[in-house]
Design a protein around this ligand. Sequence first.
Ligand code: SF4
Length: 358
Amino acid sequence: MEYNFADMKCTRRDFIKKSLFLGGSLLLPPISLNAEKKKGDQWIPAYERLEIEGKLAQRIKQAYAIFENCQLCPRKCGVNRQKGGKGFCRAPVKPAIFSYHPHFGEEMSLVGGKGSGTIFFSNCNLRCIFCQNWPISHEGRGKEIQDEDLADMMLHLQKIGCHNINLVTPTHVMPNILNATRIALKKGLHLPLVYNTSGYERLEILKILDGIVDIYLPDMKYMDADKAAKYSAGASDYPEVTKIAIIEMHRQVGVLKMDHQGIAIRGLMIRHLVMPNQVAGTEKFVKWVAEVLPKSTYVNIMAQYRVEYKAYDYSEIARGITAQEFLEAMDWAEKYGLTNLDPQSVALRNFYHHRRPN
Ligand code: SF4
């Protein structure tokens, strides 16, 4: 028997609440509750260390120069954004922001008690046809601001207690982010940066972020070039480019570390959205992680695919996933030995196992 999420009567949050007592901790990561910070130790964000070393300003200069011949992402448009040129992402040279606020729907180790300080950037360099944020990513809804305003937003999120600065779709505005971070640092910013990206990143660009970003939160959307091209605007190189990017992210920040309260402070967190009809290549994905990264790499196998935007026009993805498809994905993760799966996904899996008829 198959369960379809779309037909279920309670929300995903309800599932999680109900399933925690059903043994949601079965695959809890061995390091999830470990204290990274000893009492009295002063944790400082990576970008602050780089500033102390006198290297942050140079990185900003290096990043800003790329705007003149934009190669910030694998699309490599080559437009001069300083002179008003717009490439595939249609982004201006100033950062455009749709919203900023504490977010309580992210991974628990990012949300904590006060939320993840999320800043949604307008525009996107990947533009998937099933994008849930399509008014922001595809249509570019939002407001252009100055880097100084972006710095103030970061400081506001810190002031209201957020645990991190969660930069959603940052790739095309990376130079602005670096500049804003340094401005905010001088006014007291001390939260880790979360680089919340589609994963479609160039190795050369990631190297500029080395020693600035503490938490990388990339997607791994597809393992198959044809699917990537079909559903993400011709980006057939997505699987190969993103694999290289994720390996580099791991090299920079390592496996996920948390503080004594279970809040993420540094490391790699990979998201993988299970799609209908195995479009996302989930088995290949978990096998790849197990082969090239530590098995304790944090992986969030996500069940919340829903039909959005132009996905209605593609029969293969014009439905939600079934519980069976989600359980299969989680079974593969277990089969290949991944030990640090997102606790909410584990709880959801246990909930479905409990409901599955014998
Ligand atoms: S960031 Fe935008 S303009 Fe620059 S290469 Fe990527 S898609 Fe093109």
